[in-house]
Design a protein around this ligand. Structure first.
Ligand code: SF4
Length: 261
């Protein structure tokens, strides 16, 4: 709890709401996707936490999702349509034009373990634990907004969000997980495209068995699935939905192209 509170007390963000629903009659409207044949799909959901920060002219929003295990946003899974939850949430809350997406983040509620080969001081143990509770995900590539998320951050790595500011006041691409405002919007557009595609397949009665296969990790959920004995997935007849293994920049370019179509 202490570390969740620090994500607020050490930032300029305030909690706008917890367990916030987007559906008819609730805080936010559902996402409506209209298909070519006029059918409409309504997406509803509940967001663990929405934070808001304001500066002179802008309002920034970040979406926080609590997870009981370590989770991060994997853009390869995102482009394969497997990790669209947080960007869908962001889309639901940024319908007003003046709201800028500042981050989609996981707060991992884990049991921390501090390993050391010497005696650590209480302060060092505290710093290690805090590091393990650092939120993971994607944030806006803007030094000022990063500092709004971590008021104590001058240079180096933030202990709260995935950002690193170097000595020249630049964001280190390698040590941070950042995207631009336009890239955030592209990801949101792409999310809607995926939902539309899934909806069309449902309406067309497509119930093909198509488990994912992660080409980097060489894993598939079938490896530990309890329904293996009844599902009849057969590598010789069914196809995998492949999760690619592409560099971040390539994925963002592909998503930009797709979102223009
Ligand atoms: S074994 Fe069947 S049900 Fe389980 S993940 Fe694979 S395809 Fe899906």
């Amino acid at each position: 709890m202490k570390y969740i509170i620090q994500t607020i007390t050490e930032s300029q963000f305030e909690i706008l709401g917890s367990e916030v629903e987007f559906k008819k009659g609730k805080a936010y409207e559902p996402i409506i996707i209209e298909l070519e044949d006029g059918k409409k799909v309504e997406i509803t959901g509940k967001i663990d936490r929405i934070d808001l920060a304001k500066n002179k002219n802008e309002k920034y929003v970040r979406i926080i999702d609590y997870k009981s295990s370590i989770k991060n946003i994997d853009l390869n899974e995102f482009i394969a349509g497997l990790q669209i939850q947080l960007l869908t949430y962001m889309d639901a809350v940024t319908k007003e034009d003046d709201i800028i997406p500042a981050g989609v983040l996981y707060f991992n509620l884990i049991d921390t373990v501090v390993k050391a080969n010497r005696n650590l001081t209480d302060e060092e143990i505290e710093a290690e634990i805090k590091k393990q509770f650092k939120m993971q995900g994607l944030i806006l590539a803007d030094v000022n907004v990063i500092r709004m998320m971590d008021k104590k951050l001058e240079k180096g790595a933030s202990n709260l969000v995935p950002a690193y500011i170097d000595t020249k006041e630049n964001i280190s691409e390698k040590k941070s997980s950042v995207i631009t405002k336009e890239q955030f919007y592209n990801l949101q557009k792409y999310t809607k495209k995926i939902i539309k595609q899934i909806a069309k397949e449902i309406f067309n009665g497509n119930i093909e068995i198509e488990p994912s296969y992660n080409t980097k990790k060489k894993t598939t959920p079938c490896d530990y699935c309890q329904y293996k004995s009844i599902c009849n997935f057969d590598k010789t007849k069914n196809e995998y939905r492949y999760v690619p293994n592409l560099e971040k920049q390539i994925i963002l370019e592909k998503i930009e192209e797709e979102s223009k179509k």
